[in-house]
Design a protein around this ligand. Structure first.
Ligand code: UD1
Ligand code: UDP
Length: 376
């Protein structure tokens, strides 16, 4: 008799990083066949993230084009996944988060009536178009999901408030915390350790920040660096040409600004640990930095991750240039305010989320497995 086939779908860098612990966990169980499918929504950044975990996709749809539109990603992912699901029907499909790859995985599974497990379920903002298009993607994936793996109690509550059946909602912690803790432990090298300056780390890539908001973010970062000769700004540039062009224009040719190619995940983790302050519009970075006690300024108008703001590790500063500068300066001049942020406890997970996901998925396929107590 053939083994139940579980298909895990990834497309972007964060999909790979947050799905890797789940894929590796499932692969330990020989009673199921675990298949890794890449849509290739990202190329270099996806491959780089998968390499970190020694993972190679069993199938790769290789859909990425420069300047791809949301409709193009959606069409190509959906057609490619449907073709695969027809050739070798899965018994269960898993994807994480809020990317267009994730939304298409849920839809492709729904159309073929295959159970779908949504990892990092239940994050919400009040408006469906902010962040764009991620808020739509995760709400739509949640509409279809058989199991909702909520990273926190707050995310689970959002799902229950929407009327999801309690028996389908599980608080697992975020699988990204499994990944970051494992990688931080195994990477011995502290990147930039010989640098005399304190480091501010900046990442920005969100669609809703393209153009003017990103211009204000970059100008704010430049002014902060100009005002502090003891600081160095390190900016790993997302591969999107539009984002890179702007960063290079505003921040290029500054003696204490390093515009760098995106470091592979372990190096990036060490860079986070080495930073005094992180400025970011990234979802994943917002979750990872508090695990190391690094204060974060969130460069977005809303966040679907309020837990960090609530416990005090993050501050939501949006893209207002003056507010970004003022908040950073306050932290540099007020050690007590800085220490309060650095000491707050990380609210996003305990590093055992993937085992919890595995125990629910395998049980639903009637595979005998060790049951793992949920996080909350
Ligand atoms: C996507 C996700 C976003 C996630 C982000 C993580 C959607 C709609 N957006 O946004 O939720 O936060 O990934 O980084 O799912 N590119 C490359 N090489 C790469 C990756 C990207 O050249 O490895 C360039 C291409 O020109 C591509 C462009 O970046 O067309 C944008 O990529 P895309 O996946 O459409 O959007 P992101 O902004 O990366
Ligand atoms: N990351 C990385 N190298 C970089 C920038 C980010 O490995 O140069 C990692 C980061 O630690 C996190 C993930 O990529 O795990 C976040 O990806 P991104 O910010 O692109 O997406 P988001 O989380 O906003 O969807």
């Amino acid at each position: 008799m053939s083994r139940p086939r579980i298909v895990c779908v990834v497309g972007t860098r964060p999909d790979a990083i947050k799905s890797a612990p789940v894929v590796l966990e499932l692969k330990k169980w020989e009673a199921v066949e675990t298949v890794l499918v890449a849509t290739g929504q990202h190329r270099e950044m996806l491959d780089q993230a998968l390499d970190t975990f020694g993972l190679k996709p069993d199938h790769d749809l290789a859909i990425m084009k420069h300047g791809q539109s949301l409709a193009e990603i959606t069409t190509r992912c959906l057609e490619g996944l449907d073709r695969l699901f027809t050739q070798s029907p899965p018994d269960y499909v898993i994807a994480q988060g809020d990317t267009t790859t994730t939304f298409c995985s849920s839809l492709a599974a729904f159309y073929r009536r295959i159970p779908f497990g949504h990892v990092e379920a239940g994050l919400r903002t009040p408006t469906v178009d902010d962040p764009f298009p991620e808020e739509f993607n995760r709400r739509a994936s949640g509409l279809i999901a058989t199991h909702h793996f909520a990273p926190t109690a707050w995310a689970a509550k959002n799902l229950l408030n929407e009327g999801k059946d309690t028996a389908t909602v599980f608080v697992t912690g975020n699988t990204g915390i499994d990944a970051v803790l494992a990688v931080a432990e195994r990477e011995p090298q502290t990147w930039l350790s010989d640098h005399p300056h304190d480091v501010i780390l900046l990442t920005t890539h969100r669609r809703e920040n393209w153009g003017q908001p990103q211009q204000r973010i970059a100008e704010a970062a430049r002014e902060i660096i100009d005002a502090h000769p003891d600081l160095r700004l390190v900016v790993p540039m997302h591969r999107n040409p539009q984002v890179r062009e702007l960063l290079q224009r505003v921040l290029g040719n500054h003696p204490r600004v390093d515009l760098i190619e995106p470091p592979e995940y372990p190096k990036f983790v060490k860079l986070m640990q080495r930073s005094k302050l992180i400025l970011t519009d990234s979802g994943g970075v917002q979750e990872e930095a508090p695990a190391f006690g690094i204060p974060v300024l969130v460069l977005r108008e809303t966040t679907e991750r309020p837990e960090g703001v609530d416990v005090g590790t993050a501050r939501l500063v949006g893209t207002d240039k003056e507010l970004i500068i003022k908040t950073a300066n306050e932290l540099f001049s007020n050690p007590e305010a800085y220490d309060r942020m650095a000491r707050a406890e990380s609210p996003y997970g305990d590093g055992k989320a993937a085992a919890r996901v595995r125990s629910v998925v395998l049980s639903s396929l009637r595979i005998e497995t060790e049951q793992v107590k949920m996080w909350a």
